[in-house]
Ligand binder design. Structure first.
Ligand SMILES: [Zn+2]
Length: 282
């Protein structure tokens, strides 16, 4: 399977890093984990089209993980793409309806695009037929522990401590016949996440805080440091570890190098930090 980093950043506005987005390609399926701001443009920069995406899977519904969702669904629809399969915690159905439903914020745009005679002509000239349907992503709400299956792959979810009780948050392991990829989402360390990480060929783990940074204890419990993540990756027998969800101050060269060093020391192998548009063969 092939992993493309489409957003390695946080909610901060940052030219170097878009908010969260990770594309996994297996056979003909293109599975996008999270779709934060900037992910759409990076998808185009990576040489793919919105309608290339077959699945979107949300770890949670913080804005930095879903801000480009509507843009991607709308653009894929406008290209005449097949409906995207969407999985995520509640209220992803209500959010999708809030964009694309009959009274959604995009309903005025969609009514104009599908009912204005001139717009219909443009649609027909592009090979479309009338009446033109509205975007219809196939949305399924999932809860931690649920599995998702596709052609030659399956995804196991588990609860990831992060923004509960306001938002349900999940980590995912994606397995094929011979590989296992794990995406932590925004996760504090816990037994459920460790279980899902067992023997991962590639563990992509968020990192929101550096070793030695002072935060309040509640925050500390859900934001493991590079050394803590490296130690966990070693405990679970992961074969490769990449940190992501970096913030501006963490990219200051000395801090960046120390983060790699701290995670590599506890992991016992070299750890990498994700960069936008990076391609990884797993
Ligand atoms: Zn986040």
């Amino acid at each position: 399977m092939k992993l493309t980093i489409l957003g390695s950043g946080s909610p901060e506005a940052y030219a170097r890093r878009a908010s969260s987005g990770y594309l996994v390609e297996i056979g003909r399926d293109r599975i996008l984990f999270d779709c934060g701001g900037g992910v759409f443009d990076n998808l185009l920069r990576s040489g793919r089209l919105p309608s290339d995406i077959t699945h979107i899977i949300f770890s949670h519904l913080h804005s930095d993980h879903m801000m480009d969702y509507a843009r991607l669904v709308h653009a894929a629809w406008d290209e005449g793409g097949a409906p995207i399969q969407v999985y995520g915690p509640a209220p992803i159905k209500a959010i999708t309806d809030g964009y694309f439903g009959p009274e959604g914020v995009l309903s005025h745009d969609l009514r104009a695009r599908t009912e204005l005679p001139q717009s219909q002509e443009v649609w027909l000239a592009r090979g479309g037929t009338l009446p033109r349907p509205w975007p219809e992503p196939v949305v399924r709400e999932i809860t931690p522990g649920q599995m998702m299956k596709g052609d030659g792959w399956q995804i196991q979810s588990c609860q990831a401590p992060h923004a509960q009780p306001f938002l349900e948050c999940m980590a995912f392991s994606l397995t094929t016949a011979d590989k296992k990829f794990v995406y932590s989402g925004d996760a504090g360390l816990c037994p459920a996440v460790e279980t899902i990480c067992q023997n991962a060929d590639f563990l992509l783990h968020w990192c929101y805080r550096l070793d030695g940074e002072d935060v309040n204890p509640k925050m500390a419990a859900t934001t493991p440091t590079p050394s803590e993540i490296g130690a966990m990756a070693k405990r679970v027998g992961a074969r490769a570890l990449m940190l992501t969800h970096f913030r501006k101050h963490m990219d200051e060269p000395k801090r960046f190098d120390r983060a790699i060093q701290a995670a590599s020391d506890t992991f016992g192998r070299s750890v990498t930090i994700a960069e936008d548009l990076q391609l990884i063969q797993i």
